[in-house]
Design a protein around this ligand. Sequence first.
Ligand SMILES: [Mg+2]
Length: 341
Amino acid sequence: MGLAVGDALGLPAEGLTAARQKRLFGTLSSHRLFLGRGMVSDDTEHACMTVLAYLEACKDGHGNGHGDVQKFARALGKQLKHWFLLLPPGVGMATARACIRLLLGFSQARSGVFSAGNGPAMRAPVLGALDLDLEGIIQFNRASTRVTHSDPKAEWGALAIALATRHLARAQTPVFFPAYLAELTPHLPLEAQDFETLLEQVRSSLERSESLANFTSRVSGPNGISGYILHTVPACLHAAFSHPDDYPQAIQNIIACGGDTDTTAAIVGGLVGARVGKAGIPQPWLAGLMDFPRDVRYLEALANASPRTKPIFWWPVQLFRNLFLLFVILFHGFRRMFPPY
Ligand SMILES: [Mg+2]
């Protein structure tokens, strides 16, 4: 729910610079996608598919918090194929190519394309929120990443998010970024040195109480946070660890940075949401999420699901909904051609 609400709040501003976003929307503190309501994008759909694939992996004797990783990868590949056939309006380039490869008959072991986009990071918060041990998270994250992305950077970035979710859900107040880093770095390979340098920059920036806006413009440049996983992940960690107990503030700060706002806010929403729970999400933000079939009730049912009782919906509903969202997104694209610039 934390991830979905962040996704929906960030979606209207996707791709805008911080300055243009401010002129068009002011502070994004309420849903602005369609008549004051919010809808979710691929980020939430990926998170839901990850949970469904995990439930599939826990069937047949794998029900003790440790599903079968192979089964998980197969189920995720299948979910992605069905999802892609229903024409999702927002889909990353690498994920689209991986879905086409899956549809052409590539196995989920060979479907991933060499890219360090954000797809795996969208699926990472829910993995970190599962009742898995560290080794389990590493295995499932690797499988989740490789279905769509084969660049190891994508796996490191997603692992950083999954372990941060786990850390934030469990750590006592005050949350301490170096304690999280000490958990993560032993699981990063030697080649991940550049990534570790970025994480060090997050640490020193937090230590100096530098603003998120300053930090991201240093790391990602002035046009907002890009969809490159090594831009997105440090920014999201910075946002979440700056306000680990304040969901609305963390979300507003990351959206205000501009760029890939639906994904960055979704990840931050997943990170902080795992800590504060449903009660920490402002009630109007939950009530304003008017999507279907993935509404708040569905998300709640999914969170409480077991391998035998999964929430389902009829696929034509999803197709109709995707066409509607496409129409809304086109309207936003058209609106952006007009002032204020
Ligand atoms: Mg998205």
